[in-house]
Design a binder for this molecule. Structure first.
Ligand SMILES: [Fe+2]
Ligand SMILES: [Fe+2]
Length: 323
């Protein structure tokens, strides 16, 4: 049986693909400036500078939009952790090094623009936001799999994660009920899409180079997938709100993130796996089948929960009008 490629062999073999894709990325990425996406004329001083501090009534965002904005921003804030992960598992040399630097710089813009928007428009409590950022960044991000990450696991994870954040930013923009926020998050989502393409192409090339070994990593990542925000303060509450209102739910995870990527890699059509890869593929098929059943179960629960909440609101309205 052929042995697995080492980390160094993978990086050396895939260097030309990295170079081609860095060049592709640089030719497609648009320059944009965070300050162009923030309504500065809505800003005013806080108490420390003679103005007034944040109060809930100042926010124009609904509860779902707030939860989604905070989750997405804290996720972006944790960039040093992701940078560490990518920098450790990719090389610092040549095209790999160029990519790591460029990608990190682009990601930093996302946190800058979303925070500026939220603070200027008073969309969320800036003190609570800062406290949550401190906790989340201090904890850092840990790879969701127990195994030592390595290049293949990293590149598989970020492919799905970039696409997941694209979906999440895009749908957050829609629930904000503010064309400025929507435009900003569309801009961020467009970046995430280009990032996803880079990683997806690299992981695709790794599948061509070492099919069994790369599929192992892909399957392990999907079976253990967690959004990068897992572990942040209120992640469960906010995650549930986001799933309940279709910002990022299980169906979107399956149909807009997992399936399109697996299709692009032709996982279920490929003929270059050996018995080992075929076994992994069978396991992946079982996992996907279970996931699709979970989607149905989740949606049935969600429908019942939303119906109960609507009935409760109706009862409260009726009581209020009688009283
Ligand atoms: Fe980002
Ligand atoms: Fe990204």
């Amino acid at each position: 049986m052929a042995r697995d490629l080492t980390q160094l062999e993978l990086l050396t073999e895939l260097e030309p693909v990295a170079e081609e894709n860095v060049n592709r990325h640089l030719s497609m990425a648009k320059e944009w400036h965070p300050h162009d996406y923030v309504p500065w004329d809505e800003g005013r001083n806080f108490a420390a500078m003679g103005g007034i501090d944040w109060e809930p009534g100042q926010s124009k965002l609904n509860e779902v939009a707030k939860a989604a904005m905070i989750t997405n921003l804290l996720t972006e804030d944790n960039l040093p952790s992701y940078h560490r992960e990518i920098a450790e598992n990719f090389s610092q040399d040549g095209a790999w090094g160029t990519w790591v630097g460029r990608w990190t710089a682009e990601e930093n813009r996302h946190g800058i623009v979303i925070r500026d928007y939220l603070v200027v428009t008073r969309g969320v409590d800036p003190v609570a936001l800062e406290q949550a950022r401190m906790v989340h960044m201090t904890n850092g991000f840990a790879s969701p799999t127990e195994v030592d990450a390595g290049f293949l696991h990293s590149v598989a994870y970020v492919t799905f994660q970039e696409l997941a954040t694209r979906v999440s930013h895009r749908n957050t923009g829609k629930v904000c009920d503010d064309p400025i926020a929507d435009r900003m998050l569309q801009r961020v989502a467009a970046d995430e899409n280009l990032h996803m393409i880079f990683y997806r192409n690299l992981c695709g090339a790794a599948l061509d180079l070492a099919p069994d070994q790369a599929l192992d990593a892909v399957a392990l990542i999907l079976e253990n997938f967690q959004m990068p925000g897992a572990g942040m303060p209120n992640f469960r509450r906010n995650g549930v709100l986001m799933a309940k209102h279709g910002i990022y739910d299980l169906r979107q995870h399956l149909e807009e993130v997992v399936q399109p990527v697996l299709k692009k890699w032709r996982i279920f059509e490929r003929e270059d796996f050996t018995a080992r890869g075929e076994q992994t593929r069978d396991r992946l098929a079982v996992f996907l089948d279970k996931l699709s059943k979970d989607v149905t179960k989740f949606e049935e629960q969600r429908d019942r929960m939303l119906a109960r909440e609507a009935a409760k609101r109706d009862r409260e309205l009726a009581t209020a009008s009688v009283g």
